[in-house]
Ligand binder design. Structure first.
Ligand SMILES: [Mg+2]
Length: 434
């Protein structure tokens, strides 16, 4: 039927609908990203992907030292100092070792395991690289921990193909670029996506579609419900509820009486309903890159080349995340490990490579004029970040800036297709770029 006359009133920002006695807030929202500029309802036609890196710490250790391949690995604290296992490789798990177990116990179970200390900085570095890859698929990313993240890819189908296909591409790209495997779950909501990624570890890809939610959920034990800990599981078992299927059929009044509001939540999850949105990481305060050199560098051209490359990567990450930075910081470490930083505030928030580069380049030149010495580390950070929503569009765009934005756009497209290292700017000897 054709609609004539004035537009019908917009839906309430928040309304409540009733699904099987369970009240769910439905939030209408609008994404502020141009490609996804449409509104939708939470809980309907959403596609969420959960990416979980397999035995992450152990996998990174093996990546950095191939001699560890095939050996049982225990990454964690010192067994003599009551340390705990952070990650046990699959080879060690076969001996009954698992994370959060005292290292001393794990070593007793698997005496021939290689015990390795946690190298947090290195894992963070790889974690960042994984996030960089995920950002190529959707700006809606919620990191859950160092080795897990949710992506909302609703509406990306036209650009990237169906959600299961996106899941496959994510796995391929992580393996191709980093040499690591991830288990991926693709489903209509967060709970189901997280559950799916856990069903076929390692290197799994599990898709749960709306049509077979019950087939997947019903036979599973209640402890598989996200948020049901040992105490809650015990409480449910006391009600003779052992599987998610039994929980789904349990009267919601009974659950509410026993668990209060959480009872409603359990009822929803057992029905495969979860309206929680993917919340992009708002804690990101800065984006930076740094590099420790194999041999100390004093040559200015070489330092400029490294710094420009870092600036390009940082600018690209800002653009992918729809962010702009107000300040730039240069980080320098001398041979004796003394570390100094120099910061500058930009005239306006930006994610244009050229503008950020001019900022850090000036800092480097100022430092070099007075304190030039060999460096063992060089890095740059963009901070005081603002999202797009906080920025006003300029009424009369500056033609020079528009040109720079076009260059960035073109370079981003190439980097996205062929990888970050596929492209960098010429003329890095500095004279023409001051
Ligand atoms: Mg993991």
């Amino acid at each position: 039927m054709e609609h004539l006359g004035p537009e019908p009133p917009r839906a309430e920002k928040r309304c409540r609908i009733l699904i099987r006695g369970c009240q769910l807030p439905i939030i209408r929202y609008e994404l502020s990203i141009p490609d996804y500029r449409y509104s939708m309802l939470w809980g309907m036609s959403r596609w969420i992907i959960h990416v979980d890196m397999d035995e992450f710490f152990a996998a990174v250790e093996r990546l950095d030292n191939p001699a560890l391949r095939g050996k049982p690995l225990l990454v964690g604290g010192d067994p003599k100092a009551r340390g705990v296992v952070s990650t046990a490789s699959y080879e060690a798990r076969a001996f009954g070792c698992h994370s959060a177990m005292p290292m001393a116990t794990a070593v007793r179970r698997c005496p021939h395991a290689v015990v390795l200390q946690v190298r947090g900085q290195r894992y963070h570095q790889v974690s960042e690289q994984v996030l960089d890859i995920l950002e190529q698929f959707s700006p809606m990313i919620e990191p859950l921990s160092i080795d897990e993240a949710f992506l909302d890819v609703s509406g990306c189908e036209r650009l990237l193909g169906p959600a299961p296909e996106i899941g496959k591409q994510i796995k391929q790209r992580i393996r191709g670029r980093l040499g690591l495997t991830a288990s991926v779950g693709v489903a209509p909501n967060k709970f189901l996506a997280k559950l799916a990624s856990d069903l076929r570890k390692p290197d799994g890809l599990v898709v749960i579609t709306k049509d077979h939610i019950r087939d997947v959920l019903d036979p599973l034990g209640i402890e598989r419900l996200w948020g049901v800990g040992p105490a809650a599981a015990k409480g449910l078992r006391r009600l003779d509820i052992h599987t998610i299927g039994q929980l789904r059929l349990a009267p919601v009044e009974l659950l509410r009486e026993r668990f209060g509001q959480v009872g409603d939540h359990y009822h929803c999850l057992a029905n495969g309903i979860d309206c929680r949105p993917v919340v992009p990481d708002s804690r990101t305060k800065s984006i930076g890159r740094e590099q420790t050199f194999a041999a100390d560098i004093e040559d200015m051209d070489e330092l400029i080349r490294v710094l420009l490359n870092q600036t390009e990567q940082v600018a690209r990450r800002l653009r992918r995340g729809g962010l702009k930075a107000r300040s730039v910081t240069l980080k320098l470490r001398y041979v004796d490990f003394t570390t100094i930083t120099r910061s500058a505030t930009l005239t306006e928030p930006t994610n244009i490579t050229e503008v950020l580069w001019r900022g850090v380049r000036r800092l480097l030149d100022k430092w070099a004029a007075r304190h030039r010495r060999p460096l063992r580390l060089l890095g740059m950070t963009a901070s005081q970040l603002t999202g797009r929503e906080g920025l006003q569009e300029t009424l009369f765009p500056d033609p020079q800036r528009t040109g720079q934005e076009r260059i960035d756009e073109a370079m981003d497209r190439i980097a996205e297709r062929f990888g970050d290292r596929s492209i960098c700017r010429g003329g890095t000897n500095g004279a023409d770029r001051k």
